[in-house]
Design a protein around this ligand. Structure first.
Ligand code: IPM
Ligand code: MN
Length: 377
């Protein structure tokens, strides 16, 4: 427990990032009213737009603040035309760079459908899944796999002949993320919605890829330490259909980096869309929390996108801090935020455009902040 309060480094980033982060700050402000705030926020610019304006992705002090902070809150990075000289996304330092440099090895993406949230297939809202069917967490390896920076081009006479990305699976990388998934399953109170069983599903392509065979062998070895958690396997291609057909079978899912990237966006459809999907990038010493939707340039400046993913990112951040510092105050604040969000969603009083509504980003933030104020601390 930190009496002086936790330091949170905030990077709003590009596009709609600052709009949703503003609402996150608003809600944190409402939680802290009536007492000394158990946290203090420091905000730093950075990302693709900043790069276009300044020639730098961020300032050295912004980078140093990420290392010093107790937790990091990120909006989104990426802007059309903002590319580094080597072809990389300008702003990568704030997301991929932090994952690498702070060794944020587990990308933890809860996927839960709250009552009152609509979900969409082929353009219309349908009651395909009910909230009692969707409550899983996907744990994605976050530092290696196909994202390993062992890649390049072979050019002959300045003409690209071959482009190569190398997929690296290491013992350490696989083991720690799989262990994280089992620990999470052990501590989740309810297990899979279908049968209440604690279960970790290993999603891979071990029928074809050597790295995936090694990932699965590692899964087998770690699983022996968790006899109370059911083992489960799925090839990634088959998983995409099972996830949509029977989401209630899943409790915790673990996968490699690129596969995890893809299946988490698919899973977001089950929880109401990208407007609800948040991720925690978690390491042994540091953690960064973000809405997963990206900078959405098309909607930038329109006060239109959903701030709910950011509220879930904030909630996840408070729970992680509470756990790390054994601070029950923060568990109460996270519970309070979750209750407020759940109530607003159930009422359907803050539906942004992605939910078929007309409520603005800032008005949705106002509703949740108001709901926080009337929740008992
Ligand atoms: C995500 C994003 C990132 C990724 C991008 C922005 C580099 O898609 O967090 O899922 O590929 O990991
Ligand atoms: Mn992604």
């Amino acid at each position: 427990m930190r009496e002086a309060g936790y330091s949170i480094a905030v990077y709003p980033g590009d596009g709609t990032g600052p709009e949703v982060i503003r609402e996150g700050e608003k809600v944190l402000g409402a939680l802290a009213e009536g007492g000394p705030a158990p946290w203090h926020l420091s905000t730093y610019p950075g990302g693709g737009q900043y790069y276009l304006a300044s020639g730098r992705e961020w300032e050295p002090e912004a980078e140093a603040a990420a290392t010093r902070a107790d937790a990091i809150l990120l909006g989104a990075v990426g802007w059309p035309g903002a590319t580094l000289p080597n072809g990389d996304l300008a702003g990568r330092a704030l997301v991929l760079g932090l994952r690498e440099n702070l060794d944020l090895f587990a990308n933890v993406r809860p996927c839960k459908l709250y009552p009152g949230v609509r979900h969409r297939i082929s353009g219309s809202y349908r009651e395909v899944w009910s909230p009692k069917n969707v409550d899983l967490v996907i744990v994605r390896e976050n530092t290696e796999g196909l994202y390993t920076p062992a890649h390049g081009r072979l050019a002959r006479a300045r003409e690209t002949e071959v482009a190569i990305d190398t997929r690296v699976i290491t013992r350490k990388g696989a083991e720690r993320v799989i262990r994280y998934a089992f620990e999470l399953a052990r501590h989740r109170p309810r297990g899979a919605p279908a049968d209440g069983k604690k279960r970790v599903t290993c999603v891979d392509k071990s029928n074809v890829l050597e790295g995936c065979r090694f990932f699965r062998e590692t899964y087998e070895r770690v699983a022996t330490e968790y006899p109370e958690v059911e083992k489960d396997y799925s090839y990634v291609d088959a998983f995409t259909q099972w996830l949509v057909r029977d989401p209630e079978r899943y409790d915790v899912v673990v996968s490699t980096n690129m596969m995890g990237d893809i299946i988490t966006d698919l899973a977001a459809v089950l929880q109401g869309g990208m407007g609800f999907a948040a991720g925690g990038n978690i390491g042994a010493e540091h953690a960064m929390f973000e809405p997963v939707h990206g900078s959405a340039p098309k909607y930038a400046g329109k006060d239109q996108v959903s701030p709910f993913a950011t509220f879930f990112a904030v909630e996840h951040m408070l729970r992680w801090l509470a756990d790390r510092h054994r601070d029950p105050r923060l568990i109460r604040q996270a519970d309070r935020l979750e209750r407020a969000v759940a109530r607003v969603l159930a009422e359907g009083s803050a539906r942004t455009y992605d939910q078929g509504g007309h409520v603005s980003t800032s008005a949705a933030g106002d509703r949740v902040a108001a709901a926080v104020r009337v929740e008992d601390p």
